[in-house]
Design a binder for this molecule. Sequence first.
Ligand code: Q46
Ligand code: ZN
Ligand code: ZN
Length: 322
Amino acid sequence: MKCKACGGPAAINMRHHKLALCGEHYLEWVPQQVQRFIEKYQMFSPQDKLLVAVSGGKDSLSLWDVLLRLGYRADGVYIGLGIDGGVNYSDQSHEKIVQFMAKFWPQAKLHVVDVEQTYGMTIPELSLARRREAKPCSVCGLNKRHIMNRVAVEGGYTLVTGHNLDDEAAVLMQNTLRWQVGYLARQSPVLEATHPKFARKVKPLCRFYEREMAAYAIVRGIDYIYDECPHAEGATTLFYKTLLNQLETNSPGAKLSFYLEFLRARQEGLFQKAHDEVVLHECEYCGQPTSAPGLCSFCRIWDRGADAREPAGELGLPVAGG
Ligand code: Q46
Ligand code: ZN
Ligand code: ZN
């Protein structure tokens, strides 16, 4: 297989694009594509301040790298969840991010929010204490959403996440099989801020296959955390990813067209009604928007009373680098 640009040996073959490229040309192609999607979906402009949610995995580190290479003003945010899982998962993830910054972008800025230091318990401890659940994913998800949104709003950022096509197609399949139209209405490369205390959220990698981002990280020399979070095992999205991979093997491009045709239907207003039905108000304690009455789910799980308001800038975000 030869590189389409220079005829040298190809490092990656993308059957769905009928395109093979060598390492050097692949490293040029990925940022060009990212820029194309940023413009196509009107994600942000060079003036915007971006906050990349970095986990230490291939998608988020590659995304941060690409945005900085393209010249965007992109800071990172890392949330220390306190997950050990026998492999020191959270510490290892943080370490990969620090190494990445030292190697490629020593001037970049990283906000670090350690959940245990800030709120008093790790995510697995909180999950056990409040929900008696050994699997902390639901508690973890709501904490990550709340904290990332808050850091983004406080810093005037657009929140950028590294969800790739495999992630988006798996969620889409899950929501479609259950016809959860409310969720379908909100699944988009761009989520506009529907409230002044909601950050705008964008996903510049939503059209890249997972293996394309792994290839980018490897060719670029980014050392990332290979292992999934130990609690990801058995997650339903992993099951849907396996199903979609089987489909893709038999029919290259199936995953991409599943997602793109959904976006087209969404664009045509197929789910608009469900979208309009969400009513928001501000949480009585922290002020973040919520659809639940009274306290938001974050304040509920941390057992916060409704009698006092959270002081502004309570996180006191430590900033590393830069
Ligand atoms: S980090 Fe958190 Fe995931 Fe780990 S505990 Fe579950 S939700 S699997 S993306
Ligand atoms: Zn080439
Ligand atoms: Zn709240």
